[in-house]
Design a protein around this ligand. Sequence first.
Ligand SMILES: [Zn+2]
Length: 383
Amino acid sequence: MPGYVPICPITVTSDTLDVISTISLTLAFFSLAPNSYKTVSGYIHSVSPVKKAANSQTKYFNCSIQTNDTVVRAVCFNPDKKPHLEKIQKGKTAVTLFNVRSSIKDEVESVVIQNNTKMQPVVLPFSYKDISMMSSLPSLASLQDVSLEQLVEVKAKLTRLTAVKTQNNRFGQTLQKQEAILVDHTTSIKVILWQEHCNTLTEEKTYRLRNLRIKESYGTRYLNTPKSEHFEFEEIPAFTQTLAAVATDIESLSQAKMSAKIIGVQTATKSLSCVACKKKVTIKTSGQIANCQSCKLMQKVNACSPQWILKILFQNTNNISEKVAIMLFHQEVTKLATLSSDINLNLISEEELILTLLEMDSEFLITYNTSSNKLIDVSQINI
Ligand SMILES: [Zn+2]
């Protein structure tokens, strides 16, 4: 089978392990557990439109990867990759995706197609299949292709059922509603149970649901119990297939954790901020007075507090060939500074800060956004 690359999770290399004590080793493995890298081969199906994650501006799209024996859901946070994936899907081309991230949550695997994921055509010992035929289930993913306001029947597991809430409609009536997430092997979708349908379904049970109406809000589809048609449901056996990751977990899929050391500082910028509005100030030629670029306030230079932006090159301590340049804005710089007693951000110069960071020689557990490379959280790993 030429060019066929089996799915093989890449394990942590052992050459750095001897210098790390047992405690940090445990921590390091813990931090890497939801975040292992691998190669996956198969056919691309169901490339979705670009969507926005719930409660945030994070853009992403999904697709399915038909592998040898299963269909894996994939998510990508880089919309620039969508045309290429669509081309692969259209051509029914067998591909190997190198350096995808595998994230397992609640026993459901999601593959994250990263900025540096490479896709190469391959020859596979299995052929392209209509994935809807791999299952007798009408998929939730196929609801993207159904016209709005239609009534549909789905089979899905009910999760994340909320308490009953009341809401006033535009006629001043008080309505009761309950929300939940329906999930199947392809994707997840929100369902709203109105009025008499509240408190009829049970969380974690799997149902056949008839006569749900397809609605859309801000580009995201959801299901509603109908006003006049008869909504029916029956409990059915749980899925034997692996279920998709719930869309509300998308945000966590855009994040990666890594135990890392600082090996360099690419940029360190200190700017002064206005005492009134916190925006950037410029210093007058006298060197004594600062002028706010935004509110125009004139103020004493030494009353302005510095705002830092750093770009730090971190090295993965479990895979020393992996180096990531991470952006830290003032809030994250402040967090990092609290980990060293030698840093006072109000007094330190750019050069002193760089030197102090390079001399820290600590191991950090960093959480960062894998598409923007912006730091989300940092803590120190105690050796
Ligand atoms: Zn100002």
